[in-house]
Design a protein around this ligand. Structure first.
Ligand code: ADP
Ligand code: MG
Length: 376
């Protein structure tokens, strides 16, 4: 790995980190004004930086060749492409929002898998934002940085993402999950520290090839919006769990009915998980994970064989609960296990993948970690 001095010929002035995230429960509820419950991962994007006085930003990444340079004044959506679109987008939205950032040299380093559904994109946007602000001693509320990073990903990079990933990267605290109510735009820190209870939370990247993810995502979103319109509510969040049967009876299309059932029951599961965590009953959260997976498989239909095999193998090997996490059609599963059973669960998944001829999965242990911060 090249050092900052080798790349830029100057000494760094500081470094800033922003973590990836994994959502514990509350899948495909965000665009339904629902509830999500992510944790920040120990894995993060780390940006080492120094100021420049020429209004230009130069970025390099240990994962990519070359140095990319651009003038802050000349940034417009799409003006910088490839991976540097993320740091350029962060600079663009800060400039647009009136923050007096200046030029900078930025070196990106990461131990966060990219493209695995653990939100390296949001981590890169948030890390760039806190580095550019930190270099100029500008203090901005973390939730505001998250909102700006989302705008950059939407408007500069062109990805129609929600706000969960950026909020997790900015606002999580160690030993907690972030309970984020999208309708209320409110957050709460929920105690969640598996290791303290002799538990482990495994994150397993199933390495499934991407299969029509964008089109399927858009189709699910459309079904939910059409169902909300048919039921006369602004979003499916407005359907209370107790009114679910009535709502389903008013829908004619079986597919739409199942989509609605997933969203409404999933929002209820988030509430139940939060209640259990507040009561310190972490082991009882496991069955909710599994119920979420079944709902995503049967009603929302966004799992693939790799996700189902990983979840089934984890459960057969004694996991307390397991589910796919993220948008679906690939990405990762999470499994809650006794700490003593973690190795056996991982081995069972690896063995099942080998037997099926799937690409070998990779895993990381997900200690709930702190959101973005200055490191040095
Ligand atoms: P995810 O957010 O699930 O990891 P995305 O496709 O949204 O997947 O974002 C991945 C993209 O983020 C990569 O294609 C790359 O452009 C950028 N990225 C992630 N990590 C790095 C890194 N270490 N250096 C440069 N770019 C990165
Ligand atoms: Mg992403």
């Amino acid at each position: 790995m090249s050092s900052f001095e080798e790349v830029f010929g100057t000494a760094p002035e500081g470094s800033w980190r922003a973590p990836g995230r994994v959502n514990l429960i509350g899948e495909h509820t965000d665009y339904n004004d629902g509830l999500v419950l992510p944790i920040a991962l120990p894995n993060r994007i780390l940006i080492t930086a120094s100021k420049r006085d020429d209004g230009r930003i130069a970025v390099a990444s240990t994962g990519h060749a070359g140095v990319i340079e651009f003038a802050i004044d000349e940034l417009a959506p799409g003006s910088v492409g490839d991976w540097a679109a993320y740091p350029a987008g962060a600079a663009w939205i800060l400039r647009e929002s009136g923050y007096a950032i200046g030029g900078a040299n930025l070196l990106v380093d990461s131990d966060l898998p990219s493209g695995a559904g653990l939100s390296s994109s949001a981590a890169l946007l948030c890390a760039t934002s806190v580095a550019l602000l930190g270099l100029r001693d500008l203090e901005v509320d973390p939730a505001e940085v998250a909102r700006l990073a989302q705008k950059a990903e939407n408007q500069y990079v062109g990805a129609p993402v929600g706000l969960m990933d950026q909020m997790a990267s900015m606002c999580c605290t160690a030993g907690h999950a972030l309970y984020f109510d999208i309708r209320a735009m409110s957050t709460d820190q929920i105690p969640f520290d598996p290791a303290a209870d002799d538990l482990a939370l495994l994150v397993v990247d199933v390495k499934a090839p991407h299969r029509h993810v964008d089109g399927e995502y858009a189709a699910r979103r459309r079904s939910c919006e059409e169902a909300a319109a048919a039921l006369g509510v602004p979003a499916l969040r407005s359907i209370a769990y107790d009114d679910l049967d009535d709502a389903l009876a008013r829908l004619t299309d079986d597919v739409v009915r199942r989509r609605v059932r997933h969203v409404v029951t999933e929002i209820r599961r988030v509430e139940e998980a939060v209640e259990l965590m507040r009561a310190g009953r972490l082991r009882d959260v496991g069955p909710l994970f599994t119920a979420s997976h079944v709902s995503l498989r049967e009603d929302f239909e966004i799992t693939v064989p790799e996700l189902d095999v990983a979840v089934d193998s984890a459960l057969e090997a004694g996991a307390l609960g397991a589910r796919m996490t993220g948008g679906g059609f690939g990405g990762c599963i999470i499994a809650l296990t006794e700490a003593s059973a973690a190795d056996a669960v991982l081995s069972a998944i690896e063995k099942a993948f080998a037997e099926k001829g799937f690409t070998a999965p990779s895993s990381l242990s997900a200690a709930p970690s702190a959101g973005a911060s200055r490191v040095s």
